[in-house]
Design a protein around this ligand. Structure first.
Ligand SMILES: [Zn+2]
Length: 309
């Protein structure tokens, strides 16, 4: 059975509505944090009002959580045009999450983990459980994105976006997936903190997805390669801009303030996401390493599929 967490969909809906609302305010904004390497000497906390979106470990059966999410959502003014766009973002995010889970199953990840636990010689020794898991997550993201590209672009009759211009489609996919990756893992603030753990840095996750789209276009629709590149970048930049506006308002107190007398003010609430940090040289070698893990895991998946175990 494939489970797409309903909580993630509800969070991305509320987040996307809020990001688009910030963009619609059309105010000047600044990036509060510029680099993926920036370290802050201020202790970091999640702004209280943003907890329903970015907080982790919510129990989905906890009614207080759903009420908090609903209350957050009610504070974003409704708008027909924005809400249509949000419904498309939800569709794209849902497809990506669904395909991601499907890859875990189709690529025999359970079996690989079981073999790793029993120290089966098929699994190279340097691939401990946590490296193996990370390679699996990258594989799930990459293969999901390739299939998402095929589904949305190459087979438009199979989805509801039949009349969608490719420019708009690439822009929306890019915005939706940037927002999705930017929503996760926000407690890890610098690029170094992503060296361990199952998921790479959000920018690296986004890059993998972007490259997967480019690969599919190069193979099947070379006429769309430049359009995918340009409009994908626009979607990412627009999402990063919206996150910057969210953070600026977070610092201005829109999403709550520390109790009076606390040593640090709202500056402790920023940055929220690491997605919008500009390119840092330290990301490149890490992406190469994550790519190597992905290729190793993909090779193991093939060996299992062809009957080695
Ligand atoms: Zn996964």
């Amino acid at each position: 059975m494939i489970l797409v967490p309903i909580g993630a969909i509800a969070r991305i809906q509320a987040l996307a509505r809020r990001l688009l609302w910030h963009l619609s305010q059309d105010e000047p904004t600044v990036a509060v944090t510029a680099s993926a390497l920036d370290e802050s000497d201020t202790p970091w906390d999640l702004a209280p009002d943003l907890a329903p979106i970015f907080g982790e470990g919510h129990a989905q059966e906890d009614t207080r959580y759903w009420e908090a999410l609903k209350a957050f959502n009610m504070r974003t003014p409704p708008d027909d045009w924005r809400d249509i766009l949000v419904s498309e973002f939800i569709w794209i995010s849902f497809l990506h999450l669904f395909l991601h889970e499907l890859v875990h199953i189709a690529a025999h990840h359970d079996r690989l983990l079981a073999l790793a636990r029993t120290k089966d010689p098929l699994i190279p020794q340097h691939l401990n459980l946590s490296r193996l898991r990370r390679g699996m997550e990258v594989q799930a993201d990459v293969v999901a994105a390739e299939n998402l590209a095929r589904f949305l672009v190459l087979d438009p009759a199979a989805n509801h976006q039949t009349s969608e211009a490719p420019e708009a489609l690439f822009h929306k996919v890019s915005f939706a997936l940037s927002a999705l990756f930017g929503m996760y893992d926000i407690h890890r603030k610098t690029v170094y903190e992503y060296d361990a753990g199952s998921y790479p840095h959000p920018i690296i996750r986004y890059e993998f997805v972007d490259e997967a789209f480019q690969t599919v276009m190069r193979d099947a629709r070379p006429d769309l390669v430049n359009i995918a590149q340009e409009h994908g970048m626009n979607g990412f930049v627009q999402c990063a801009h919206a996150f910057s506006a969210l953070e600026l308002h977070c610092m201005l107190g829109m999403y709550g303030r520390p109790s009076p007398g606390a040593q640090y003010g709202t500056e402790r609430y920023v940055p929220i996401t690491t997605l919008k940090y500009s390119e840092a040289p330290a990301l490149r070698p890490r992406m190469i390493q994550d790519n190597r893990l992905f290729l190793e895991v993909a090779d193991l998946s093939l060996q299992i599929a062809f009957g080695r175990n």
